[in-house]
Ligand binder design. Sequence first.
Ligand SMILES: [Ca+2]
Ligand SMILES: [Ca+2]
Ligand SMILES: [Ca+2]
Ligand SMILES: [Ca+2]
Length: 782
Amino acid sequence: MGLKWPLSFLLLFTIYATDPASGQIDLDGIPGTVWLEDSVPPGTTVANFSVKCTNSSHLPIVVPKNIIPTTSFFNPPNALSVDTYQVSLSSSAALDARKVNQYILAYSVRCADESTEVQLFVQVIAADKLECSSRSADIGRMPIQVPEDATPGLYIYIPVLKRESKGPLKFTIEDASLPFQITSDGIVQAPATGFSHEQAGKIFSMNIVVSDDNGTSCRMPITVEVLPVYHNQVNFTETSVARSVLENTGPLKEIIQVHATGENVRYQIVSPDTIYFTINPETGVIMNTYNLDLERHPGLAQTQLLVRAYNMLHPSDSASITVNITVKPQNLLGPLCSPALFVTDIPETTPTGTALWPLSCVDAVGDNSSLHYQIEDGQSPIYSFRMDGPVLKVNTTLDTELMGTLYFQCKAVILVTDSGSPPRTTRVPVLVTVSPVNEYPPQCLRRSFSVPENSGFGEFFGNASGLDRDYPFNNLEYNILETEAGPPTLFFIGRRTGLLYALGPLDYERKKSYHLTISLKDVDNDANRLEQSTTLCNITINVQDVNDNPPVCEPPFEERSIYSTQARTVSVTQLHCTDADERSELSYSIVGGNTNGRFRLEGDRLFPNTFSYNRDGIFDPLTFELLIQVTDSRSAPALSTTATVIVHVTPWTTTVPTPATTTTTVSKEPIILHRTVEYWSPDPWFVVILTLTGIFLFSALGLLLWCLRWRKAQGEMSQPFQQNQEKGLERNYIMAEEPSKEKDKGSAEMPSLHHQFDGRAQDPVTGQDYLFDSSSGARRWL
Ligand SMILES: [Ca+2]
Ligand SMILES: [Ca+2]
Ligand SMILES: [Ca+2]
Ligand SMILES: [Ca+2]
């Protein structure tokens, strides 16, 4: 407790004599003086005293009256027993002799009707003891807050000891690694280099150790929080911007947008205080609030706004920019041009560069010479026109043939621009119609044609259409010009097609070619329909030969008589047939009457084969009616005709005197019977001929029978024909007689010979032919 004295109290009593009948107060220990060191803890007993009521049965009552100086360090007197009271330090007592060294505690004591007032003097004595602070004082203490950007060496904390001991004190920070420094007086300072960025926001706890020379020490816990400091971020990249706008563009048009870097940036117009401009706080877009009309408000021509951008959460973080706004007057009127529309017609042959029209324009505000003329994009056809100053000129070939259309229209718009601000423009539409011109005459393409001679009426055989390079292309009319002989009757040409047709009749054999003149006249080639060109074309039409004529034989009917012994190499007759067609190739064939194949044809010549008049075998007819077909071509189409040759064969026998050595040249070739079954439709005249021939045949047969009977009557004297016994498998007559070189004459002498000689033979020695009479044996050398 450190008291200079034990807990005994010196009480100074002031006794007031009272009436015993009314009670007497007996006090012990009070009033008096008590000495306390200021280091005593709360709850320490300050003094005990007793109070008794001596003349009364009443219990004494002690009531605290006041404390000088006023304090709450002392508890009210606590009754330990009926008459004993105790005064103690309260829980909040913190005696400090340096502040108050004496307290006077006054109490009122009463017994029945008697009362008295007593005082207790408490002397506070400074204690010699090092003491930092009470533990309870540190509980819940807020940390010391220091900004991040605190000045290096800034005093952060000055320790206050609850009680210092006499003699020097030493102060240290228990954890030397902490970034704080401490002076010899115990003052905690910020680091000599200031706080780093990493240390911002951290809380440092430390103990300050205080020690004295006596080895006594105590600890003072402190907590330091380094508060982070906000750094300005809002900034503009430029110090000023400028923008020009046109007047009378209406309200709420965006003029310019300013942009500042940083977070949570908001914008405001700081100055001037204007009603014509506003800024969107979030986007920084500056707009005009009213229509900017320079006529009504000339002061709007130039405005300088000071715009501030700031961080919404740190308004002090801000930056400013100057915005210069210039409002320009509008150029409202464009040039005036006369006329306002240009319409004309030009021929397609208008040369490139031709000036069509000088445009006359007047600028309402500026100089006419500053007007600019140009063709607006999108003219049709493209590049048709161009402007040479105010003059409209043809820029390209306006060719109907290239365009592929008649009377096409060229459309364009001339833009006339002045030099105002903004430039104003007047549009002048141009409509030019291009009319066609007949530039090219018709041309002939083909001059030679062929037509078969047998072409039917109206049959197409050639295309004589021509060429015309004007659009519409090849639009021609065709006509065949009349000749001296009159209008054309054999041919016809399509009036609009140029196609050639045959009307006929044509005959290659009569006329092989025709020369015609056709006219080609163009139609609708020119804006003036009368502007037509005509071209004459001389064409040749060659008639093509067709096999349209059958062969003709002259005569068509022949009659010949021969001996059966006529040599095979001697022709019976030669047909004389012709064909009117040029390329005919006649071929001959026997188509009828060639009984037993006794005749053959070699070309147009008729030759006999060997006859057989064997009464016991084959006996050929004595008259052959040969039908010979003559064909004019070996390929289709082929025409044919039939000639008739009637051949009378007189059988002739001969004997050979020397049978063994007879150099008989009899050929033992087998008889080949040719049987030709063909359908043949004879001409009517042939039926007549056939009938006449039949009558003649029967007459001849009757004559022959009569002759045979006559000969049989004389046959007993005649020698039989020598037969070839060695090889005679057949009883054929030997016919070795060569044809007579005097055939023509011989045929004329035939009747007389027939009466004198009845055989013919060859002398085996000399080889000379002779006639002999089988009845008389007479010979006649030939
Ligand atoms: Ca033409
Ligand atoms: Ca043309
Ligand atoms: Ca013919
Ligand atoms: Ca012909």
